[in-house]
Write a protein that binds this ligand. Sequence first.
Ligand code: NAD
Length: 348
Amino acid sequence: ERIGVAVVGLGKLSLEQIIPALRKTTGVKLAALVSGHPDKARRVAAENNLPADAIYSYEDFDRIARDPRVGIVYIVLPNFLHKEYTIRAFKTGKHVLCEKPMATTVADAEAMIAAGKAANRQLMIAYRCHYEPKNLEAMRRIRSGRYGKPRLVVTDMLRGSDLNDPSDAWRLDMVKSGGGALADMGIYGINGARYLLNEEPVEVRAWEHTDRSDPRFKTVPDLVAWQFRFPSGAIANGSTSFSVGGTMRWDVFCDKARLRGDPGAYYNGNHLEIFSSPDEGEVKIAEVDQFAREMDWMGDVVRGRVPLVSPGEEGLQDMRLMAAILQSTREGGRTVTVDWQYKRAHDP
Ligand code: NAD
C-alpha cells in the first residue's frame, strides 16, 4: 500500500518537480493538494486523477486529520510559512516532509522539532542532494579514504533573481526568506561541505557585498562568502549570490585527488569528476529523479524500514550556521564559534 502525500503549496517547485516526481514514486503517491487557488488546484487534481474532495484550502487544511488517504504532509510553501504548516500538520497526526531551509529562524526550527516530538511523528527536511547518486558516490568515496584526507571544500551556489517573478519576490524579502540567496542557494554549500567532509564546523567567518541601491537587495544580503574551519583541519570556502550566476558546484580537494561536482547540485545533469593520478575522470552513474527517491525514502522512514537521514536536527544545524554566517558578516568577518557538538545520527 502506497502512503498518500498531501502537497501543500502549488508553486514552482510543486508543479514542475514534486508532482511530476510523484508519478515515478513506488512507495508513496499523491493523495491531496492544499492550495489558495481553487482553479489551479482543480486543474492539477484533474491532471493527476485526484477526486475533488482531495483538495484543501489553507483555511480547512486541518480537516486533513480525518483524511485516511494522507499519511505524509509535504510543505512546499515560502520559507516563512514552514513553521506554521509543519506545526498544524503535526496537530493533524500526519508525518511531515518540509522543504529547505526548514524555517526562517533558529527558534522556529526548534519549535518545529519540538512539535514533531510532541506528536511522535517524523520530521524530514527535503535535502534532495542526500538522495542524489553523484553526491552520494562522492561522499562514499571520500569516506572510504582512498583519496587520503579531505582538506578543502569549495562550494559556489549562485544565480540571478528577478523581483517581478513571484517565486523570487518572497526570496528577496528577509522576513519571508530568512536570508536571500544564502537561505535559498547557499544552504546547499553549507549542507554539502558538512556531508562531503563528514564533519561539523567549529568556526565560521563571513563577508558580504550587497548593492543596497539595487531594488532586489533592500532587505536581503546579495553576495555572501564564508569560511568554515573543521576539527580535522579541513577548511570550506563557500559563496552564494542572487545577482551573479548561475551555478551550483562544489570541489573537494583530498591529499591524493580532487573530486568535482560541476554542476553538482542541479535537479538533473550533475557531473562527478575525479582528478587523480592516474586520472579516473568522469564517474558514470545513471540519473535518478532525486525528488522521487527522496519521497520514497520518507515513505520508508514512516514504515520504519530506513533511518531518517535528514531529520529536523539536520535542518536546524544549517539554520544555526546561516545565523552564524550572517552574524559574522555584520561584525566585519569576526570569527564566530559554532562548536555545538552536533553529530548527525545517520549518514545519507
Ligand atoms: P513559489 O513561490 O513558486 O511557490 C510557493 C507557493 O506558495 C505559491 O503557489 C504561492 O501561491 C503559495 N503561497 C501560499 N501562501 C503564500 C504567501 N503568503 N505568500 C507567498 N506565497 C504563498 O516557491 P517555490 O520555488 O515553489 O519554493 C517553495 C519552497 O520550496 C521554498 O521553501 C523553497 O526554498 C523550496 N525549494 C526547494 C527546492 C529544492 O531543490 N529542494 C527548489 C525550489 C524551491
